[in-house]
Design a protein around this ligand. Structure first.
Ligand SMILES: *[C@@H]1O[C@H](CO)[C@@H](O)[C@H](O)[C@H]1NC(C)=O
Ligand SMILES: *[C@@H]1O[C@H](CO)[C@@H](O)[C@H](O)[C@H]1NC(C)=O
Ligand SMILES: *[C@@H]1O[C@H](CO)[C@@H](O)[C@H](O)[C@H]1NC(C)=O
Ligand SMILES: *[C@@H]1O[C@H](CO)[C@@H](O)[C@H](O)[C@H]1NC(C)=O
Ligand SMILES: *[C@@H]1O[C@H](CO)[C@@H](O)[C@H](O)[C@H]1NC(C)=O
Ligand SMILES: *[C@@H]1O[C@H](CO)[C@@H](O)[C@H](O)[C@H]1NC(C)=O
Ligand SMILES: *[C@@H]1O[C@H](CO)[C@@H](O)[C@H](O)[C@H]1NC(C)=O
Ligand SMILES: *[C@@H]1O[C@H](CO)[C@@H](O)[C@H](O)[C@H]1NC(C)=O
Ligand SMILES: *[C@@H]1O[C@H](CO)[C@@H](O)[C@H](O)[C@H]1NC(C)=O
Length: 588
C-alpha cells in the first residue's frame, strides 16, 4: 500500500473513532483520547495553511492564543518578540533577530512532581525548513527537551511533545531552533497536566478498545430454541498480541533457559547470532551453524522469529574485513550478505531489520552514496516482497536529548526510503529499540513520539526493550510496557532480557534457579494481565451472553444444567473484528 493510501484509510478510521467517542459523556481520559486523535489527525498533514485551536484550550498556559497580545509571555536571550497578524486577522507571536538557538519568548509554569504534561504548539518559520524543539528550562538552568517538529515557511506545523515532572518547580517553556537567521512563529500553545491516575486510566480505556473485542455467544438446543441458562466457560489458550523476548546462543545448551523461554514467549529475535559479524567472520567463510540451531529450537517450540539484522550502518558493528573494502567491493559483499541471509531464512521469519540504525550512523551512505539504505531496502523487497521490512533505531522514544533519531527525523528517513523508485509497495514497519536508561522514563514524550510515527499508518514495534539497572528498574519497565501496549499503533513488543544464564547484562529476568527477579515478575504479571482468564458466563433468556476478550485463541466449553449436555468449541478473537458472534449448539 502506498503511504498516501494508508493515510486515507487511517484518516477515515480516526473520523469514525471521533464520531463514536463524541456520543459518550465527556470524561478526562475520554477528552484526552479525543484531543489525542485530533492531534494525530492534524499531524497527518505535514503543514497547514491555517493553524488549529490550542489543545485542551491551552491547558495551564496563560494567553495561549495570543488574543491578548504578548500578555503572560516573557523574552529570554537576545533578539525580539513581536505580534503577528495573519490575513484573516488571527494573532500569533513571532521571535526575530535571534542570535542564539535558544533565543525565544517564554512562559514560566509550575510543574508538579509526578504529573504528566502533554505539550503542543503550532509553528511556522519565516524561511526554508528547520527543526524547532520545545525545551523546558528548570530554575537551576537544566534544559529538558520535550519534542520537536520540522517547521516550514508558508504553513503551520504541529509540534507535539511532553514531559513527566520529576520535581516540583517552576520551568520556563522555550522554543529552540539552531538556524538563528529564521524567525520562529507560534500560535495556540498548550500544556495540559494529567495525574498519574488519569494517565493510567486512559491507558486502561485504550487497552480495552484496541486489544480486546466483544464476543456474543448465541447458544441453542438441537431443536433450535434458545438455551437459556447455558453455562459458558471461556479459556484463552494463546495470546494474539506479539509480546516476545530476545534470545541468545546460550539457549542451545541450557534446558533451563529453554523451558523458561518456551513457557512464556511465542516470539523472539536473536541478539547477535544472525548478524553479519557472526555469520561471516572471515570474508567468504559463512557459518550459520548457531543461527540455524536457534531457528530450529524456535520452530520446534512454535516461536516466531523477527530477523535482526541484515546490515548495520554502524562501522563498529560490521565484520572487520568490511572496513577497508573499496566501494565496488563493498557493494558486492553487502549484496551477497543480504541475499545469503535472506534466502537462507526465506519464509521462516516475520520480518527483517534491513539497515540497522541508519539515523545514528551512515557507513553505507558514506561509502556508497546518499541512497544506500533505500537501495538495500529495494533489494530486500525484490528478494522477498511479502516480508515486513523494518527500520530499527534507538532513542526515538527513550531519550529526548538525542536529536539524531527523533520521531520527526525517523519519519523523514522512512518516507525517503519509501519514495525511492520501486519502494512504494514495501511492507514497511517502524522498529523502535527502546533501550531505556535507569532514569525515570519520560512517558509523555514517549507517547508524543509514538503519535508522530503513528501518522505514517505503518505498524510500530518496540524491538529491544530494556531498562538500565537501578532501584526502580522493574517499575520503569512496567510503566514503559503499559504505555506501549496501550498505544493503538504499537503492534508488537520484544523485550531484551533473560535468565541469569543467558548473560543479558542490562536486564536480568530470572536468577540462576530461574526464579523471577523484580523485572521478571513484572513481565510475568503483564503476560498474565493481558490474557483473559477463565470466565464463566450464563446465557440469558434468549440464549445470549456477551463478553469482552483479549485478542487470541480460545477454547470454550458450553454446558446446560437442565440436559447435562455440553459441547466444546475453539475460536479466535482478532483485532479485525470489533464484535463477533459465536454460534453454539448443545444437546445435538
Ligand atoms: C488558534 O485557534 C483559534 C481558534 O481557537 C483559531 O481561530 C486560530 O486560527 C488558531 N491560530 C492560528 C494561527 O490559526
Ligand atoms: C532586528 O534586526 C534588524 C536588521 O538586523 C534591524 O533593522 C531591527 O532594528 C532589529 N529589530 C529589533 C527589534 O531589534
Ligand atoms: C517573566 O520573567 C520573570 C523574571 O524571570 C518571572 O519572574 C516571571 O514569572 C516571568 N513571567 C512569565 C509570565 O513567565
Ligand atoms: C538558515 O536558513 C536560511 C533561510 O532558509 C538558509 O538560507 C540557510 O542556509 C540556513 N542555514 C543553515 C546553516 O542551515
Ligand atoms: C427444545 O429442547 C430443550 C432441551 O432438550 C427442551 O427443554 C425444550 O422444551 C425444547 N423446546 C421445544 C419447543 O421443543
Ligand atoms: C561453524 O561454527 C560452529 C559453531 O561455532 C563451529 O563449531 C564450527 O567449527 C564452524 N565451522 C567452520 C567450518 O568453521
Ligand atoms: C505474497 O502475498 C500475496 C497476498 O497475500 C500472495 O497472493 C502471494 O502469493 C504472496 N507471494 C509469495 C511469494 O509468498
Ligand atoms: C536518491 O534518490 C532520489 C530518488 O528517491 C533521487 O532523486 C536522488 O537523485 C538520488 N540521490 C543520489 C545521490 O543518488
Ligand atoms: C444431570 O446431572 C445431575 C447431577 O449429576 C443429575 O442429578 C441430573 O439428574 C442430570 N439430569 C439429566 C437430565 O440427566
Amino acid at each position: 500500500m502506498k503511504i498516501a493510501e494508508a493515510r486515507v484509510l487511517f484518516l477515515s478510521c480516526i473520523f469514525l473513532d471521533m464520531a463514536a467517542s463524541s456520543l459518550s459523556p465527556m470524561t478526562t481520559p475520554q477528552q484526552q483520547r479525543q484531543e489525542n486523535l485530533l492531534a494525530i489527525l492534524l499531524l497527518n498533514f505535514p503543514c497547514l495553511a491555517a493553524p488549529k485551536r490550542a489543545q485542551y484550550g491551552g491547558g495551564i498556559i496563560v494567553n495561549p492564543q495570543f488574543n491578548q497580545g504578548t500578555k503572560g509571555w516573557n523574552f529570554t536571550g537576545k533578539g525580539a518578540i513581536r505580534e503577528g497578524v495573519s490575513e484573516d486577522g488571527n494573532r500569533f507571536i513571532l521571535v526575530h533577530n535571534r542570535t542564539d538557538s535558544l533565543d525565544s519568548f517564554s512562559q514560566t509554569v509550575q510543574l508538579e512532581k509526578g504529573t504528566f504534561y502533554t505539550f503542543s504548539a503550532w509553528i511556522q518559520i519565516s524561511k526554508g525548513s528547520e527543526t524547532v524543539a520545545v525545551v523546558f528550562k528548570t530554575s537551576d538552568g537544566k534544559l529538558i527537551r520535550g519534542g520537536e517538529t520540522i517547521a516550514k515557511q508558508g504553513c503551520w506545523s504541529l509540534l507535539k511533545g511532553g514531559i513527566v515532572a520529576q520535581f516540583t518547580s517552576p520551568v520556563e517553556i522555550l522554543l529552540e531552533s539552531k538556524n538563528t537567521s529564521v524567525e520562529i512563529w507560534v500560535d495556540n500553545i498548550s500544556l495540559q497536566p494529567f495525574t498519574a491516575k488519569q494517565w493510567r486510566s486512559h491507558q486502561e480505556k485504550s487497552i480495552e478498545k484496541v486489544r480486546k473485542s466483544k464476543v456474543t455467544f448465541q447458544v441453542t438446543f438441537a431443536n433450535r430454541t434458545a438455551a437459556a441458562g447455558a453455562i459458558i466457560s471461556t479459556e484463552q489458550t494463546m495470546s494474539g498480541y506479539p509480546f516476545g523476548c530476545g534470545m541468545n546462543h546460550q539457549i542451545l545448551t541450557s534446558t533451563g533457559y529453554q523451558e523458561w523461554f518456551a513457557s512464556r514467549f511465542k516470539l523472539t529475535s536473536f541478539t547477535n547470532e544472525m548478524k553479519w559479524y557472526s555469520t561471516e567472520k572471515k570474508q567468504g567463510e559463512e557459518n550459520y551453524t548457531i543461527a540455524d540451531a536457534m531457528v530450529k529450537f524456535a520452530k520446534q517450540n512454535g516461536i516466531s522469529i523477527r530477523g535482526h539484522n541484515i546490515l548495520w550502518d554502524n562501522p563498529k558493528m560490521l565484520p572487520d574485513w568490511v572496513m577497508d573494502l573499496p566501494p565496488e567491493e563493498l557493494q558486492k559483499a553487502a549484496t551477497r550478505r543480504l541475499k545469503s541471509v535472506m534466502s537462507r531464512y526465506a519464509g521462516q521469519l516475520i520480518g527483517w531489520d534491513v539497515v540497522n540504525e541508519n539515523l545514528h550512523f551512515r557507513f553505507f551512505e558514506d561509502k556508497l552514496g546518499e541512497n544506500a539504505s533505500s537501495a538495500f531496502y529495494s533489494m530486500a523487497y525484490h528478494l522477498e516482497p511479502n516480508t515486513t521490512l523494518f527500520m530499527n533505531e534507538y532513542n526515538t522514544i527513550e531519550y529526548s536529548k538525542d536529536q539524531a533519531a527523533t520521531a520527526s527525523k525517523y519519519k523523514k528517513k522512512l518516507e525517503e526510503i519509501l519514495s525511492f523508485p520501486g519502494n512504494a509497495h514495501i511492507k514497511a514497519a517502524i522498529g523502535l529499540e527502546g533501550h531505556f536508561s535507569s532514569a525515570q522514563p519520560n512517558i509523555a514524550y514517549m507517547r508524543s513520539s509514538l503519535d508522530i510515527l503513528r501518522t505514517m499508518g505503518l505498524p510500530i514495534w518496540l524491538t529491544e526493550v530494556d531498562v538500565g539497572k537501578g532501584p526502580n528498574q522493574a517499575q520503569y519497565l512496567e510503566d514503559i510496557l503499559r504505555e506501549a501496549f496501550s498505544h493503538p499503533a504499537v503492534e508488537g513488543i520484544i523485550i531484551f532480557g533473560g535468565p541469569e544464564i543467558s548473560g543479558f547484562d542490562v536486564m536480568n529476568l530470572a536468577d540462576t534457579e530461574f526464579a523471577a527477579t523484580p523485572a521478571g515478575k513484572v513481565v510475568d504479571k503483564l503476560i498474565d494481565e493481558w490474557k483473559s482468564g477463565t470466565r464463566k458466563l450464563r446465557a440469558d433468556s434468549r440464549g445470549l451472553a456477551q463478553v469482552s476478550l483479549f485478542h487470541g485463541d480460545y477454547k470454550v466449553e458450553i454446558y446446560h444444567p437442565l440436559t447435562n449436555s455440553s459441547t466444546t468449541i475453539s475460536f479466535k478473537v482478532t483485532k479485525e473484528t470489533e464484535h463477533s458472534t459465536v454460534f453454539a449448539q448443545i444437546d445435538a
